[in-house]
Design a binder for this molecule. Sequence first.
Ligand SMILES: Nc1nc2c(c(=O)[nH]1)N[C@H]1C(S)=C(S)[C@@H](COP(=O)(O)O)O[C@H]1N2
Ligand SMILES: [Mo]
Length: 232
Amino acid sequence: MSAEDEKLQRIVEARLKLRARFLEKMERTPSVSDERPQGSGPPNRHGMPKLPPGQTETRKWPVLDLGASFEHPTLETWELRINGAVEQPVTLSWKDFRALPQHEDTSDFHCVTGWSLMDVQWVGVQLSTLAALARPLPEAAFILAHAYDGYTTNLSLEEALKDDVLLVHTYNGKPLPREHGGPVRMITPQLYAWKGAKWIRRIEFLRYDSPGFWERCGYSNTAHPWRDDRYA
Ligand SMILES: Nc1nc2c(c(=O)[nH]1)N[C@H]1C(S)=C(S)[C@@H](COP(=O)(O)O)O[C@H]1N2
Ligand SMILES: [Mo]
């Protein structure tokens, strides 16, 4: 086996171990355990009603962010740091990031302001793969995502490690446009879209939960669309 293959195999093993550690908690999250989720339409990929309550389907993808002025990262300058409560802090360049196992997934994007963009085809790296690289300490239970514009948002690890939580660079076959968070943003298909940081630059593992930008402003910490869980 080549050194490169061995490295990939170690990542896969670490990823499986991590998921096993959080399996019980993952099974208790709303989108897995709700017996009568709110919403309408045929079941989506997770068995939840296609459209969460209060949402309307949109065809065009709106742009929503703080509108802060900041220096946008390019493929040359973009860096992702993974640190905090981990055994091995890492910094990845675009090239390092693209050398990791790439994951394709189709999922929906639900914005708390009431629109849902359905069936987006994404390509990126699973957050669980990035976590496996850094190896969260046994006490690590949350992440805080930090973005180039100063935005932050927090997630429990049982949500963050779900298979469809990705750091994406491609949507519907095209590079992710800068206004939607390119070169790389996070997506959280089973939570409202504000939990996915555009222009992501750092994933901080934490022992204790720490609210991000909107969570401090009165939005829900848990942000579960099928419970209409918008505000704290
Ligand atoms: N860096 C950063 N990420 C962000 C935001 C932001 O202001 N800055 N806004 C969030 C909110 S409130 C939403 S609804 C989605 C919108 O993503 P979009 O502009 O691609 O539709 O991004 C989320 N991620
Ligand atoms: Mo939003």
